[in-house]
Design a protein around this ligand. Sequence first.
Ligand SMILES: Cc1ncc(COP(=O)(O)O)c(C=O)c1O
Length: 420
Amino acid sequence: MPGKNTPQPAPRFPSTSDLSGRRIGPEELEAVTRVLGSGALCRTVGTEAAGLEEEFARMIGSAHAVASSSGTAALHLAVFAVGLEAGDEVIVPPITDFGTVAGILAQNGIPVFADVDPVSGCLTAETVVAAITPRTRAVIAVHLFGGAAPVREIIDAVRPSGIVVIEDCAQAYLTVPDGGDAYAGTIGDIGCFSLQQSKHITAGDGGLTITDDAALARRMTLFADKGWPRDTGERTHLFPGLNYRMTELQAAVTRAQLPKLAGVVADRRRSATKAISALADLPGLHLPTQPDRHGFWMLPLVLVPGVLNIGCRDFAAALAERGVPAIGGYLDMPLHLTPAVRDRAPFGAEGPPFSVPPASREIAYREGDAPLAEDMVARTLLVIVWNENYIDEHVEHIVQAVRAVHDGALAVADGTAVRT
Ligand SMILES: Cc1ncc(COP(=O)(O)O)c(C=O)c1O
């Protein structure tokens, strides 16, 4: 007879890396066949990307959507469109993907890392305000793991300074921030989404940027197409844009994915809510408090130091031993400590934007800049990989495993038992 502490054999967990955790079927196959059959694979000669833009804007509740080749591109369109100039600062959180800051650096702007709420990992109005300088042009609020950043509070706090608010929704489809029913991405000036393989819906790669502002939308459309105003019939280039065009194949696949999005989010919410209820009595764990507003790209659990005698990385390793896909800390280090940022050399060691006017102050990226974010990544942030195809068996296994690791760590903290 297996004892109380004997781990159950793990079920196979669906993964976004293959069909087990993706809703890809005959609709996507038909979409690809339709495009290949037409012979029109580039959006400049086809109709799929334009159709996707219309459909996504309508679904999400925005006046305009602009398709691009990745979430990183979607964010680059946004920072270009708001007119970022060399040396301009953009406030960002340290716990996010590099795609959040890549476009800032590419435009010769300066990412300024504000600290985060120690439970959500998101920027707060207070941390954003503390990071504002006369050079601040924009803030990018990341809705981390599908949980909403307090975007309305951030907007209220920065509006008097004329600062633009961009929402990074790469992990947050159909997330509903507090204070209303609007989806994340539609509350700030611009919202950016990713269609990369691991996201709620995917075309392998791809991006979507939304805005209600027609002028911003046109600048973004042109930036993704080398600054070429095809709508006027001229062969000229109005500014140095890149080729960030989404292909017709990506667009057609995404159009087939769109009608599945509501079901994907609803299923993730349903299973994550079950897990949260089953873990709610555990001391020393912060769980998402508004699951009906959360997108559950991942299920974040945040450890309370002093209650549990285990760090997030050991917790994740113990879960992995029990077959549960979990990531301790989410990142190896917060973004401001990665070489790509810390070395301040996007254009060479002596190069802009850090060492030349009009940068108004010395910027350095160091440990201690964002202590709460650094502590989350090092010690408290535990992310359980989530999926729309989880069934009760997966949820029950995750709950059992988390409870077992938690109980062992709690006992050690009490000094009453040895951790299993
Ligand atoms: C929060 C966040 N921002 C931006 C990106 C960049 O998206 P992509 O990988 O499609 O370039 C990602 C994706 O990993 C992300 O999670």
